[in-house]
Structures are given as structure tokens and as C-alpha cells.
Design a protein around this ligand. Structure first.
Ligand code: GLP
Length: 244
């Protein structure tokens, strides 16, 4: 893993945006796996600004989001579809942007179709990732085994607690979500992990130098040949804290 440590969230966002801009300039029809959450918001803002100023063209890019909640009504402000519109796609023309439909009548089929679409465009060039405090990536939660393909995931307690603020209480946080599998993430040609803040330190330590285990899904990234990790100082404190 290539680890880069920056002062704070703003510097992390700047570095991540530079990474993405270079990738898009080099391959204008790049296929991007998008993540949601606080971690990439600053990077998305910079990409929006770069597109607005004419410095960057994303019009030939294709996107696939990592995950989506199940059971939120259409247009729910906390759905990842709305998140992506707000933080990127309302302002940035792209060729295509896909997100799994957490309300599909046949969720299993939705997952298969989603993986089929990714395959049909030749796979992901770059997967952007945040990391959960419990080491999850996408919504692949710590478990005794993990799934390769896109699937329905039951959200774990830590995750539901961490998202409680978005839904005015833990009880309102959806119980299920669709998520790309760890296999799908590892198939991406490159992976960009973004993390900041003390709360991520332990998970980052386990991801970078802990045991490779399904109990810390992010640790499986150690098996990938091209992972760049962009951290702030606080999240990097975890690099001394090797725990699983
Ligand atoms: C959610 C998302 C993940 C994201 C994680 C961390 O669980 N499904 O894709 O990486 O939250 O979010 P944040 O960046 O807000 O800490």
C-alpha cells in the first residue's frame, strides 16, 4: 500500500482530488467506483470546482457506486443516490452514473445485473473507498466470511450507531443495504482509500498492518497490488496500533 499522510481533512481532500484528476486526464473514459460518507465530500467539492472552472472534463467517465440503503423511499435525502447528486452529479456532466437500487423488487437480481453492468464496461479502473470504524468497506461488515459479488448486507450495530445522526436516531437507520462485494472491490485496477480523524485510527492500523481477516474487511486490501491510502495525521496515528 502507498500511504500518504497530510495535515488535515482539507489537505487530504486536495491530495485525493489531485489523484482523481490525474487519473481522469490520463484516461478520460475512466470507470470510477464511487463511495459516499464524509470522507470523500471534500474531494468531490474540488472535482466539482475543477469541472466548473474548465480545468477538468468528466463527461466521458462512467461511475458505479459502492452501495445503497434498502428500503428508503425514492428521493430520500439520506439515500446514496441523493448524496451523489448533491455532491457531484448535479453539477458535473458524466457519461453514466449507476447506483444499485435498494428498492428493487428482486434484490438478488438487481445485484447480479449491477455486477453484469460493471463487467460489461470492462471493470472498474479506480475504486474510491472510505473505511468504517469497524473496518468495513462499502457495507461489507466484519464477519466470519465475506461475499465476492454485490449482495444484500445486514448492517452491523456499530455502523447503524455511526449513521444514527443522519436518520434522527439509530432505530431509523435502515437494517439492510446493497453493497459491492469485497471481490468486486479487489477486482478494481486501483483503489484509493481516504480517511481522516482519530475515530478511523484503529481501523486504518488494522487495514494496513493487521492480520488479513474477514473480521476487518479493509485488511483484505493488503492483497491488492495498487492501493493508495490518503490520511490525515489523526487517522495515521492508527499505523502504530496494529489490532484486529
Ligand atoms: C458508510 C459507507 C461507506 C463509507 C463509510 C465511512 O458506511 N457505506 O462506504 O466508507 O460509511 O463513512 P465516513 O466517510 O462518513 O466516515
Amino acid at each position: 500500500m502507498k500511504i500518504r499522510i497530510y495535515e488535515d481533512y482539507e489537505a487530504v481532500s486536495q491530495a485525493a482530488a489531485e489523484y482523481m484528476k490525474e487519473a481522469i486526464d490520463t484516461k478520460p473514459d475512466v470507470v470510477i467506483g464511487y463511495a459516499t460518507g464524509q470522507s470523500p465530500i471534500g474531494m468531490y467539492r474540488r472535482l466539482r470546482e475543477a469541472v466548473r472552472s474548465g480545468e477538468l472534463d468528466m463527461s466521458r467517465t462512467t461511475g458505479f457506486n459502492l452501495d445503497e440503503y434498502c428500503g428508503l423511499e425514492k428521493g430520500h435525502p439520506k439515500s446514496y443516490k441523493e448524496f451523489m447528486k448533491e455532491h457531484l452529479f448535479n453539477d458535473v456532466p458524466v457519461r453514466d452514473a449507476h447506483i444499485p437500487d435498494g428498492n428493487a423488487s428482486d434484490l438478488k437480481r438487481e445485484c447480479e445485473t449491477y455486477d453484469g453492468m460493471i463487467k460489461a464496461v470492462g471493470g472498474l479502473d479506480i475504486q474510491i473507498l472510505g473505511i468504517g470504524e469497524n473496518g468495513h468497506i462499502g457495507f461489507n461488515e466484519p464477519a466470519s466470511s465475506l461475499l465476492v459479488e454485490t449482495h444484500v448486507e445486514r448492517l452491523d450495530e456499530v455502523t447503524r450507531r455511526n449513521h444514527a445522526v443522519d436518520f434522527a436516531g439509530e432505530d431509523n437507520v435502515p437494517t439492510f443495504a446493497l453493497s459491492m462485494g469485497v471481490g468486486g472491490i479487489l477486482k478494481s485496477r486501483r483503489v484509493l482509500v481516504i480517511a481522516s480523524g482519530k475515530k478511523k485510527a484503529k481501523a486504518i492500523g488494522a487495514m494496513v498492518s493487521g492480520k488479513v481477516t474477514t473480521q476487518c474487511p479493509a485488511s483484505l486490501l493488503q492483497l491488492h497490488p495498487d492501493v493508495t491510502v490518503i490520511l490525515d495525521r489523526e487517522a495515521a496515528e492508527g499505523l502504530q496500533c496494529i489490532t484486529v
